[in-house]
Ligand binder design. Structure first.
Ligand code: UDP
Ligand code: MG
Length: 147
């Protein structure tokens, strides 16, 4: 029974960051409004600035990609809003809400279509699996910061 409860919690949650460009442009309120209006409950939320070591670790999976250096520069240049979101089917539904990595390919009405400038500066992060949602949430939030 406890295992089922834990599993249900994990699979109903995802992790997001409003990236530095979203904070710089004053889009925090608009993006959070769109997220909550789309049925996600905010269960953790804060404004922080990642160090170079933080960003390198968070994006370790991309360390061999040509854009890794620029990505780390971008993600550390100013504060981000990090959040944990809860909804049925959270990971998949949030990826649908944010749209394609490249805003030029993102569907109408998606957060990246509305607020992202380019494939590099694309406004928001969304976890790509339940496993990564849990890892990324634990990277940014202590247990006392999750509700
Ligand atoms: N990125 C980039 N150039 C690319 C692909 C990705 O600068 O060609 C950046 C972009 O900020 C993206 C992040 O690296 O959000 C992580 O890439 P991923 O493929 O995981 O895209 P996402 O899951 O964010 O859609
Ligand atoms: Mg990704």
């Amino acid at each position: 029974m406890h295992e089922n409860l834990n599993k249900a919690m994990v699979t109903n949650r995802t992790f997001t960051m409003l990236k530095p460009d979203s904070v710089e442009k004053g889009n925090i309120g608009a993006i959070l409004e769109k997220i909550t209006a789309s049925g996600f409950r905010i269960v953790a939320l804060k404004l922080t600035q990642m160090t170079t070591a933080d960003a390198q670790a968070f994006y370790e999976v991309h360390s061999e990609r040509p854009f890794y250096g620029e990505l780390v520069e971008y993600m550390t240049r100013g504060p981000i809003v990090s959040a944990i979101l809860e909804k049925d089917n959270a990971v998949e539904d949030f990826r649908t809400l944010i749209g394609a990595t490249n805003p030029a390919e993102a569907a109408e009405g998606t957060i990246r279509k509305l607020y992202a400038a380019s494939i590099g500066e694309n406004a928001v992060h969304g976890s790509d699996s339940d496993e990564n949602a849990a890892i990324e949430s634990a990277f940014h939030f202590s247990g006392r910061e999750q509700f």
